[in-house]
Design a protein around this ligand. Sequence first.
Ligand code: AMP
Length: 603
Amino acid sequence: MAVETPIPTTSSTSLGPATNEKDAEKLRFIDEMTANADTVQEKVLAEILSRNAETEYVQRYKLGSATDRATFKAKIPMVTYKDLQPEIQRIANGDCSPILSALPISEFLTSSGTSAGERKLMPTIKEELDRRQLLYSLLTPVMNLYVPGLDKGKALYFYFVKSETKTPGGLLARPVLTSYYKSEHFKSRPYDPYNVITSPTPAILCADSFQSMYVQMLCGLLHRLEVLRVGAVFASGLLRAIRFLQLHWEELAQDIAAGSLSPKITDPSVRDSVTDILKPDPELAEFIRGECSTGEWAGIITRIWPSTKYLDVIVTGAMAQYIPTLEFYSGGLPMACTMYASSECYFGLNLRPMCKPSEVSYTIMPNMAYFEFLPIELAAAYKGEGDVHLVDLARLEVGKEYELVITTYAGLYRYRIGDILRVTGFHNAAPQFRFVRRKNVLLSIEADKTDEAELQKAVENASRLLEPYNATVVEYTSHAFTKTIPGHYVIYWELLVKGSTRGMMPGGEVMERCCLAMEEALNTVYRQSRVADGSIGPLEIRVVRGGTFEELMDYAISRGASINQYKVPRCVNFPPILELLDSRVVSGHFSPALPNWSPHRSG
Ligand code: AMP
């Protein structure tokens, strides 16, 4: 959306005085959008509806040429991915008629949220890249308000692409960040002294995760004294990088000492990308050996990159579980959570990026899409039909929780994202949100999101292997174990063995097969993380002795739970309960192999 207000010459904004005129322009844009949140939203909706008036979807609901909120709210239903699946499938199969969007669907973005075990396919249009770029362009001006001198050094960011496929109709299907890194917006970005990253673009674009990580780490080490911030998109990605250093520092130091790249790096463009910077540097190699060979990893980030001012990683939502580990490796550096985004739409940014992780609030930018909010108490009761009262962005109440519902330029109308947000305050007239949780997510190590039904299916799949032993799983619960890197799923099983084999537990080999059977039944994002990325470790089953789950119930009741309403929690994080479970473990078993995974969709 064009902003037509003349740019004043002063650099002061409601966010603070900008360091330069370019930043001032961006901060004024934030001010303008947030001060006029409601008007901007009204215009965004009118723009989306007028341009898509002829689409099959908008026509179906007989909107005519109406572009106002009242008609939109009265006629267009709130939907989930399942409701849109027939339309999405037609587009994927090659139907180019204007089904959801008047502009051509340029590709599908594969969400880490799944449907029937497969990644959800989100249609997108070319111009959405500009919108995403616009949000990215706001992050540095905001950061510059809090951290001076970012133009005096570099950023060590670990960025990765993932595999892409084509739909039957020939459209690309890939994650949103892969799409962004492969775009000219990223590849041909103009030089910006505030955003110089150590990773060469060919290393980021290399689909082989080992080669990509190796060279990104190598470059980070070569530039170690210039690095001012260290990051990855999510906390789990940064921890993977630290783990990589723990496993490969000897090879990296050897390359640095000799000034030649390991033959394991076979991608020619990745090799070329370091020829100018990799020269023999025995002193640096010795330094790395000295720091990494002691086995002491506390504060490793600041020891290797001593000028690091902060970590740039998302540690809100499911990533909060990694805060203590990151504190350990960084010696307590601040962690900046800069933005909140999804495959469907980029939402907004944190206007106080240096605040504590527990205080992070994101401000949704009203120009990104049309946003509505389902009060949490209505979300639980809504059965998928009938009118529902959604609240507009500018009319939310501080302290209340809502589920986010979006209408995008790419053709999602009143679509439930599944994120629950709490309003913490306002910036100008735009609300700010704490990310509370994603609906129905039980377990998550990195991008994977496993819900209760998926876990149940996995347990059922595995427990079939127990039938020949007359054994059944009487109760189970789970925990995302992140004390080691990579983290892994731990599933606690209480078994019952019947009949003549009574008392004879199935052997270790059977239990290992059960671990693998569970993994085979989990969704594609889980299996990709296990197989292609190595970012989740083998699933573990811990068998607990008979009666443990009864003790768990006693414990809950002693803490005030109602005996009638008590349900076994399918995921536990509360340390005393984990301690209780762990103290009753009779045997532990790990998945002995990788589950099946291929980049191609099965459905
Ligand atoms: P995807 O579509 O796979 O990119 O996943 C998007 C989802 O990741 C969002 O809907 C959120 O649930 C989660 N997410 C994204 N950004 C954040 C953030 N800053 N804090 C917490 N969760 C986030």
